[in-house]
Write a protein that binds this ligand. Sequence first.
Ligand SMILES: [Fe+2]
Ligand SMILES: [Fe+2]
Length: 214
Amino acid sequence: MNYEKIFLDEIERCKKLAGGDEGVLTKIESKREHSLRVVAMGKKILTGKEEAWDRETALACLLLHDIGRFEQSLKNSLSDKQTGINHARLGADILEKMGLPEIVIEAVEQHNNPHYTGKNIYAHLVREADQLVIMSEWKSQIAWRKDGPISDYARENWEKGEVIDWRNCNDLLKDWVLMVWSWVRKFRYQETKNLFGEMGMEEKFRAVLGEEVI
Ligand SMILES: [Fe+2]
Ligand SMILES: [Fe+2]
């Protein structure tokens, strides 16, 4: 199956439906670029020997993980909450209709599930590559988030050593930073941990959170 064609065709389909709306087209383009960054990051994680990776399956999952974002963009928002669209579920539905392998569909569906503990190594791969890329998109990610104190939900989960679930957070900057930092606790692959270390993120996290979090 030609995964690249599926990716490009879906982008073309949604661009046509955008009818020249610049806001929508910009969102589609940003997610196209994001997907390619996740492929590049995933390739680095794949150099680790912790799993017997099937490279073609891995690249398909990485490239297609946000395929639901293109149709979501037509609502002129990339927020699952605002659009009422679970982009991971939508992506899985699109790929299911196309007859993609179950392992790919599952990796796409689970890629943003903070509680995923299943056996699908590609779901873990995509999650970790996506998380590192989201961290690397730091500037655009923090730009629009609101000031305010850390919520009780985020603080309690942080202190318990849990991963903070984005579905329980609002648009507060500090909650988001704490959530992103909490992902590190569940990194499964050594290569992900190495890449995270090289990114120098902890300094940025601390700069936002100040003295509130040790
Ligand atoms: Fe996503
Ligand atoms: Fe993503």
